[in-house]
Design a protein around this ligand. Structure first.
Ligand code: MLT
Ligand code: ZN
Length: 479
């Protein structure tokens, strides 16, 4: 099965409609449109029908029918993929499946610190349910108002608290998955210890819907932070930022929750395009870090200890200046400067995104080398390297010189190849948190360890021999 597969015949569409019932699908052009394009408007496809099953049993019936008739299925959560992972191919050969009607929170267990919910629940709703039980669901990312539980599990989402709590994979306790032949993998358990053979549920986390449809999950919760402190720190270099991270870790240990870096140009973009934002410093600096520390228990000393580490960093020249939030409004204003970067960068013209990771201590050298490399290939372009420094993950993005400059688009392939070759030379990852989707299939093929790649193909063939599950995403079909 591939992107040139035939359009789904009308009798099959009718049979799918019959099995889902009148509320179970969308069919008009206008209703289908938002599901056929990714949120950035970059990837466009066609799906003759958007399936909206309302139970795992309905997903099973739908998948069985699609397997019997070799119809491609594209699972879609909140449609916030950066890699076209949830967008169908052109040609009306694939059914998009959205679980948005499966949005029931099944249980919140405050003793076990766990929450079990349908995959169609929106992350923000789950965060609120956890908070209502005086618990924290620590996954936090820009799209939390629209991304769904199934989506963030299928993409192994990262976000801005990975340093403290890990990626989505680290938060999953149990899963329920409908396999491509309609069987249900029932591992929806809240067990913290289970060493019974291979942990097969792990295969579906980060598989981007290519091995099955996640229909429900049990995830870990944590104590809600009672003590918190947030600051933006001005720095002369990424190396100085890493020194500061080391100082924070030795002074405050596991309380260090967020450590995000942004260059001057990103702050300028945000202040230029995002209403209500402003540079919190009186002078300009080349780099900034948004750092947040949090503790489960109230600690009157926390802010003082944080400030003393920052003061020491300034006194010893590791930091240039720092602004500490003294109210929730100030904290939100500092966070806005970081979270609005993707939107602000979008307004600077068609750019080029790289989502890379290398070991944190090698990032400063990587940035220097990458900058020099790109200055040769796309001299007009502006480097906007920001992101999750504490995780070694940078969005090593480029923006054109201005709206009229098309040199970046023209040289995009060459620039991407150069950055990814450099990442490979550093032993890093060409997709640290955004996944592969349809955008990086060839890149995965080129850069992944051949043994790992061969295992991935074997796993795909074993679980989805017909290749109906999110065809052409992650792996080349039939390879
Ligand atoms: C972020 O960290 O802001 C997101 O991953 C989005 C991006 O790549 O810009
Ligand atoms: Zn990111």
């Amino acid at each position: 099965m591939n992107s040139t597969a035939k359009a789904i015949p009308s009798p099959c569409l009718q049979a799918i409609k019959d099995l889902l019932g009148p509320q179970g699908y969308l069919e008009s052009e206008a209703d289908r449109a938002p599901f056929e394009v990714d949120f950035r408007g970059i990837h466009r496809g066609q799906s003759p029908l958007i399936a909206l099953p309302q139970s795992t049993a309905e997903v099973v019936r739908l998948v069985r029918y699609c397997a019997d008739h070799k119809i491609g299925i594209v699972p879609q959560g909140g449609n916030t993929s950066y890699c076209g992972g949830a967008t169908p191919h052109p040609g009306n050969s694939e059914i998009v499946v959205s679980l948005r009607r499966m949005n029931r929170i099944r249980s919140v267990d405050a003793l076990n610190d766990s929450l079990t919910a349908d995959a169609g629940c929106v992350l923000e709703t789950l965060q609120e349910a956890a908070a209502a039980a005086n618990r924290l669901l620590p996954m936090s990312l820009g799209s939390e108002g629209s991304c769904t539980l199934g989506g963030i599990i299928s993409t192994n989402a990262g976000g801005t608290a990975v340093l403290r709590y890990g990626m989505m994979r680290d938060l999953v306790l149990g899963l329920e998955v409908v396999l491509p032949d309609g069987r249900v993998l029932d591992q929806l358990r809240a067990l913290r210890k289970d060493n019974t053979g291979y942990d097969v549920k792990q295969l579906f986390i980060g598989a981007e819907g290519t091995l099955g449809i996640v229909t429900a999950a049990c995830i870990k919760l944590f104590p809600r932070p009672a003590g918190m402190a947030t600051a933006m720190i001005a720095l002369v270099s990424p190396a100085a930022a890493l020194d500061l991270l080391a100082a924070l870790k030795s002074g405050l240990g596991a309380a260090v929750t967020t450590f995000e870096i942004l260059p001057r140009i990103a702050l300028e973009f945000v202040c230029r395009h995002i209403d209500g934002t402003r540079d919190p410093f009186g002078a300009q600096f080349p780099w900034y870090v948004l750092a947040e520390i949090s503790l489960p228990q109230a600690d009157s000393d926390l802010a003082a200890r944080f400030e003393s580490v920052l003061a020491d960093a300034i006194a010893t020249g590791r930091a240039a200046d720092a602004v500490t939030a003294t109210s929730e409004a100030q904290r939100e204003a500092l966070w806005r400067l970081r979270e609005a970067i993707p939107e602000a960068q979008r307004q600077e013209g068609a750019g080029l995104k790289h989502d890379i990771s290398v070991e944190p201590q090698r990032l400063p050298q990587f940035i220097d080398e990458g900058r020099a490399l790109l200055a040769r290939i796309v001299p007009q372009a502006r480097l906007v390297a920001y992101g999750h420094l504490g995780d070694g993950n940078l969005h090593f993005n480029l923006s054109p010189a201005n709206a009229a400059d098309h040199s970046l688009t023209a040289a995009a392939d060459q620039a991407r190849r150069a950055v990814h070759d450099l990442v490979a030379a550093y032993g890093g990852s060409i997709s640290a948190e955004h996944g592969i989707g349809q955008v990086k299939v060839a890149e995965l093929q080129r850069y992944e360890d051949p043994v790992a790649l061969a295992l991935m193909h074997s796993i795909k063939k074993t679980i989805d021999p017909l290749g109906i599950m999110n065809p052409g995403k992650v792996l080349e079909p039939g390879a």
